[in-house]
Ligand binder design. Structure first.
Ligand code: G1P
Length: 290
């Protein structure tokens, strides 16, 4: 299969878990420290070697397009005030990568959102990154999948082990170990109960997928939650051709969940050279008083 150059980022969800913050702003624009969550995702894709990105948007998502565009008024003001560092920061965002947009007109699930990318992708293998999963790692998470793809071209799912009580939140794989951290997927199930779960290996929002998925998605009926599930289509795919699961290295945050979001905020702030030290002493003092 050819190299993976294109990525799809579904961002059409309503963000109900973060209301009222997401009433008039996309959840993807919620910041971790001072950067919107979707920018972390785009940076991961770019640092993994992706050249073109398609964001699947919906209504009320204009702020995402504006964020990755140039902003002449702001740039002019920053220049006039001599704030060169901020100017560079703002300009860099606009020039990071070529981003395209398509709208998912009805919320029909992740599988349907990915299906909206079929014309953009054509016949190439492509990456999918889900915005609720942010990964902090030495090698970018998607890059780890791309490196495995070089060696074992096929569909690759980024997975991590979760507690058995958590399996109902994820797509879970039934997989046969090939070597340390690499599995061949035999089957998948979307959001199983702990009794039904074939393993504790959960799909964590990073995929490299063969374009055959589009033909399968076209015929995939609604599944869990009445939505067209990507997992259901992958299930068909893994019977036809190799699908692997890679246990990627890194700490992953579910920023679509309030507690996960707070954890990400605290840990990313602690990592920051300009904030970390002061924030750590504040936290220590706070904890002492609890
Ligand atoms: C989606 C996928 C699921 C995957 C999860 C990762 O679920 O359907 O297979 O494990 O993302 O975050 P969602 O969280 O959108 O319900």
């Amino acid at each position: 299969m050819p190299a993976v150059k294109k990525a799809v980022i579904p961002a059409a969800g309503m963000g109900v878990r973060f209301l009222p913050a997401t009433k008039a702003q996309p959840k993807e624009m919620m910041p971790i420290v001072d950067k919107p969550t979707i920018q972390y995702i785009i940076e991961e894709a770019v640092h993994s070697g992706i050249e073109d990105i398609l964001i699947i948007t919906g209504r009320h998502k204009r702020a995402i397009e504006d964020h990755f565009d140039r902003s002449p008024d702001l740039e002019e003001q920053l220049l006039a005030k001599g704030k060169m560092e901020l100017l560079e920061l703002v300009q860099d965002i606009g020039e990071m990568v070529d981003i395209y947009y398509v709208r998912q007109k009805e919320p029909r699930g992740l599988g349907h959102a990915v299906y909206c990318a079929r014309k953009f992708i054509g016949q190439e293998p492509f990456a999918v990154l889900l915005g609720d999963d942010i990964v902090r790692s030495r090698v970018p998470c998607l890059k780890q999948l791309m490196d495995l793809y070089e060696e074992m071209p096929g569909t690759i799912l980024g997975v991590q082990e979760v507690d058995i009580r958590e399996v109902g939140k994820y797509g879970i794989v039934d997989a046969e170990p090939l070597r340390d951290g690499v599995y061949r997927v035999r089957d998948l199930v979307e959001k199983p109960s702990p009794q039904e779960a074939p393993s504790r290996l959960a799909i964590m929002g990073r995929y490299i997928i063969h374009p055959r998925i589009f033909e399968i998605l076209a015929e995939t009926p609604p599944g869990a939650g009445g939505e067209i599930q990507l997992t259901d289509a992958l299930r068909v795919l893994c019977r036809e051709q190799p699908v692997y699961a890679l246990v990627f290295k890194g700490r992953r945050y579910d920023v679509g969940d309030k507690l996960g979001y707070l954890k990400a905020m605290v840990e990313f702030a602690l990592d920051r050279p300009d904030l970390g030290e002061e924030f750590a002493s504040y936290l220590k003092e706070l904890v002492r008083g609890l």
